[in-house]
Design a protein around this ligand. Structure first.
Ligand SMILES: [Zn+2]
Length: 315
């Protein structure tokens, strides 16, 4: 397959849906592979959520909005595809399309035309639906290849200079030069990969750091969004945003689905919990699940666990 999704609880209306898709689709369009980076400043604004099985096709809206039917798509591909549906439309999360030239050969061949060529009828349909051989798409692929080649040339050059520095003796400030070059390479790599993150994640990152809590956004399986360090303990956390509550009372009740708890307990080794962020009052609570609930307790639950948040949970 072209893209592999992580196991996540999300749907079209989830706050984190687009951010999860961005991550699972490596910040590029699921269909034409346009990257956010190549869109410059507008980046993720040029990307939308596409319903693979289109909304117009739905008799039961809920299924259509499930995470596995949603794809990170550039505006162009989303428009081209629109409400089109066919059982022959290739699903990039289920099959190789470009990989191993299974359905489409990727056009980076010696002819330098960057034109895609179909290998199968499904590949032909895919090229037609997303207009992958339009002038725009071909130009875009040419630019991307050029960019990738430039980056490679710079990397090779840095390697060559580093190598020369390392084998030559008696170069004044040799150590300093090597460090500078290494730093340069790091800066460049950072520049290539750094992209803006969803606002909610950025707010919570800053919030945690302002309280002296080490944190990393990890976007791991099972909605594990953050890794934080509380004292000596590392806790993996899902971030849940609450946009509703306006009250300033510190005591709150939150419900956690039994099925979700079961999966967490079955699959996670480390400490885990939920970070509840209340946007309106700018308050962040940590509910450590592995410290508060034991596995046996979950079996006795009906559908949901009731988590009581108090000022003791406030970060
Ligand atoms: Zn696209």
């Amino acid at each position: 397959m072209e893209h592999e999704r992580k196991f996540r609880w999300a749907n079209y209306s989830s706050d984190k849906c687009k951010e999860y898709l961005r991550n699972d689709f490596s910040y590029e369009c699921a269909y034409c592979k346009q990257t956010e980076k190549a869109c410059g400043d507008i980046g993720s604004e040029f990307f939308e959520i596409d319903h693979f099985n289109p909304q117009a096709n739905s008799t039961n809206n809920l299924d259509i909005h499930l995470y596995n039917n949603l794809f990170y798509s550039c505006k162009r591909c989303n428009n081209e595809k629109s409400d089109f549906w066919s059982e022959y439309l290739l699903n990039p999360c289920e099959t190789d399309i470009f990989k191993n030239d299974k359905h489409i050969t990727d056009g980076y061949d010696s002819s330098k035309l960057y034109k895609y060529k179909e290998v199968t009828n499904e590949g032909k349909l895919y090229i037609e639906i997303f207009k992958l051989n339009s002038r725009h798409q071909i130009k875009r692929r040419q630019r991307r290849k050029l960019y990738e080649n430039n980056i490679k040339t710079i990397n090779d050059l840095i390697d060559e200079i580093l190598h020369k520095l390392l084998i030559k003796k008696n170069i004044p400030q040799k150590e300093e030069l090597i460090n500078q070059l290494d730093g340069l390479r790091e800066d460049k790599n950072l520049n290539v990969t750094s992209l803006l993150r969803d606002e909610n994640f950025e707010i919570v990152e800053k919030y945690l750091s302002s309280k002296g809590i080490k944190n990393t956004v990890i976007f791991e399986e099972y909605n594990m969004d953050f890794k934080i360090k509380i004292g000596e303990k590392t806790v993996y956390c899902e971030l849940i945003i609450d946009n509703t509550s306006q009250d300033y009372n510190d005591n709150k009740i939150k419900y956690i689905e039994k099925d979700k708890l079961k999966i967490w307990f079955e699959n996670l080794d480390s400490s885990f919990g939920i970070l509840f962020y209340f946007r309106k009052t700018n308050k962040l609570y940590l509910f450590n699940i592995s410290d508060n609930i034991c596995k046996e307790e979950i079996d006795k639950l009906n559908v949901k666990y009731c988590a009581r948040l108090t000022s003791a949970n406030l970060i």
